[in-house]
Design a protein around this ligand. Sequence first.
Ligand SMILES: Cc1ncc(COP(=O)(O)O)c(C=O)c1O
Length: 412
Amino acid sequence: MADLLPHRTAALDRRDFLASLGAMSAAGFSHPVPATEPRGLAPASSDFMFAPGLTYLQTGSLGPTPRPVMERTIAAWHELELDPVYYGYGPQEKAMDMVREKAAAFLGCKTEELVLTKCTTDGINAVAQGLTFAAGDRILTTDQEHPGGRVGWNYVARRFGVTIDIVVIPPGENDAQSIIDRFAKQISPRTRVLSFSHLLTSTGLGMPVAELSALARSRGCIAVVDGAQAVGGIAVNVKALGCHAYATSGHKWLLGPKGTGLLYLSEELGRTVDPIALQSGRAAYSESSGVTNIPGVLGLGAAIDYHLRVGTARIEAHNLDLRNRVYEALKALPVLDVVSAPPGPLASPLVSYRLPDAVDAGALHTRLRDKHKVVVKVVPKNWFNGQRISTHLFNTERDAAALVKALRVELR
Ligand SMILES: Cc1ncc(COP(=O)(O)O)c(C=O)c1O
């Protein structure tokens, strides 16, 4: 879903653009000169190419692609254009299959269980389209799902007369057992699928995925997980979670090229999930998938390498530590109501806060961006009047301080 965010003024855009153009041509680069300050866990300070002075706390919507990953992507594209048919159906097709292998190992599943997609939405849609339903079947999900995790179920509801049941998870919820109990209570004999996020897009709440998956299994249902906000930001092992299917994006926390994604379809599902795109198998290229974004997939492989180089456990520890600091700092601002989980098992690298009704979250977003160069997300209004920030491997205490300072100034 495109962010419902107002954008910076055209004047400021132009000024920044011209400034970066000057810097670019001076250095002979095709993109802005990198900042030289250390960037969290990034192996090189020049790995991230943000506009000068930008504090980017929006990985949850779109992650920045580090320089080595972008360079690998562009190099692959250059190579492809030397002889498109030879490379596209030859060495690069093989290289994409190796990315698939690498991605499977990264998620902890077998290569045959991994499908390359273009985003989380694409993955969830493939699962929804690939299942067969009868009128009267039911799907159980939550009221906190991103449209990307809902649209596929809305589609089957419309086409086959399936009913969607909703577990309500209010902002501020911090009780995993209560969530599990509510799911258990709402499963009916006709419930076929439990579909829920790993980390809620609204508040970042870490859902009890393993327990909900076990619950689904015990009641003969399929557990489908929307992992858009998890993979890359925290360590994820789909086998340990025990779900049947898990979809994620390459372009958020994995920091890969935009328009890439991963879908885990467990072996035990077999042909239970049988979408059109997988009629000819799950290889990177098949007759039923058609040609894909070859440089993007190869860049996604480089993004996984980048994560492995830094270390997934290290990234998770950094992200949670920084998020906890942000959480405490925001809690100290009396004007905000921090609705994300406190430091602990349900916390994730996302922190959301509710704003007073009198404060327009969208207008505040614009001021934060235009006046302070701090980029946050506006939470869709149907959930609450608030904003969300993401802390990833390139973020630092300095970014946290910039956010708090900007909020202090704008909300005084
Ligand atoms: C939980 C969740 N699911 C799905 C999506 C959609 O992701 P994509 O556009 O990569 O499909 C998002 C995007 O923010 C999300 O937060």
